[in-house]
Design a protein around this ligand. Structure first.
Ligand code: 2RA
Length: 335
């Protein structure tokens, strides 16, 4: 098995190296690709140094079985043909193809089998906020169809990349040192602040990030659910949190929901208010599952249920989900 990582130096690219190793992914050879900026950099994988190659339009992907790509939508679009033309399956973390009808959009806990039908050799990894939300929604959907979702996200700096995480650290240092604050990766200073804008605004007043949650959720869940989202950047480092309200076809009790979350694939129930136990991003960075807590009946709607989730954005929100897709294909002999 020959595996490629495109965008190896980014936050998600680096996480791919860790996740592949951690999960004992069955690979014989790993090749790394990057931009001019990262070409030549060496990373250690399973005791061996691997040099990042410059991503170019050539035959470097000949013999590659799986290519994990995380170098932005522009690069994915430009290089999709080069990457897939010799038969590699491209598992793409960018937004380039997510809503294309002939590209499966996959969260293994929810719609793994969709990954088998990929006429263009490309499988899209959903947006991080959608991935962690649908893992939780799946548990409820199995009890009763979800008609509507209202969600507010609390998205960590990691969603904007490795340099943005560094900027957040630096901003805290600058504020505490009384120095001018550097703002490059975010629209405003994020340290000691919240920014209710992620990605650009659309004509309907929602941001692109918020519309991703609407559209991607429907595609992954094969559902007519309507998702109304408010996405907010918060000064946490790498786990995204979400406050979710669902309206189901029939009323769901807290006990039923709790049981469904406890046994849900990829979920960990962390809901013990008396002991102040609930998921928090600071303590869940680097963890695989999506954590659920604060489960309550909605007070304004008999069919409403509300809860809180936290998931590591770089892991389940990106690299881990993509690797799980690959693991599924290997298990099903569907590469
Ligand atoms: C963010 N959703 O958190 C993005 C990353 N994919 O900014």
């Amino acid at each position: 098995m020959k595996v490629a990582i495109v965008g190896a130096s980014g936050a998600v690219g680096q996480e791919f190296l860790r996740v592949l190793d951690e999960r004992n992914f069955p690979l014989d050879e790993l090749v790394l690709f990057g931009s001019k900026r990262s070409a030549g950099t060496k990373y250690t994988f399973r005791g061996k140094q691997i040099e990042v190659k410059l991503l170019q339009h050539n035959d470097d992907f000949k013999g590659v079985d799986i290519a994990f790509t995380s170098a932005g939508a522009g690069t994915s679009k430009e290089f999709a043909e080069t990457i897939t033309k010799h038969g590699a399956v491209m598992i793409d973390n960018s937004s380039a193809f997510r809503m294309d009808a002939d590209i499966p959009l996959v969260v293994p806990e929810v719609n793994a089998a969709d990954a088998k039908d990929r006429p263009r050799g490309i499988i899209a990894n959903p947006n991080c906020t959608t991935i962690q939300m649908v893992v939780a929604l799946k548990a409820i959907e199995q009890l009763s169809h979800i008609k509507t979702v209202h969600v507010s996200t609390y998205q960590a700096a990691s969603g904007a990349g490795a340099a943005a995480m560094d900027e957040l650290y630096e901003q805290y240092r600058q504020v505490l040192a009384g120095e001018p604050v550097t703002v490059e990766k975010f629209a405003y200073q994020l340290a000691f602040n919240l920014i209710p804008q992620i990605d650009v605004f659309m004509e309907n007043g929602y941001t692109k990030e918020e519309m991703k949650m609407f559209n991607e959720t429907r595609k992954i869940m094969h559902s007519d659910v309507k998702v109304s989202a408010t996405c907010v950047r918060v000064p946490a480092l790498r786990s995204h949190s979400e406050s979710i309200w669902v309206e189901t076809e029939r009323p769901i009790s807290v006990e039923e929901a709790r049981e469904a979350f406890a046994k849900g694939d990829g979920l960990v129930l962390m809901d013990n208010p008396e002991k102040k136990e609930y998921p928090m991003p600071l303590f869940l960075a680097g963890k695989d599952p999506v954590y659920v807590g604060r489960i309550r009946k909605d007070l304004s709607n008999e069919n409403g249920l509300t809860f809180w989730i936290v998931g590591d954005q770089i892991k389940k929100g990106a690299a881990l989900n993509a690797v799980q897709i690959a693991e599924y294909l290997i298990k099903e002999k569907a590469l």
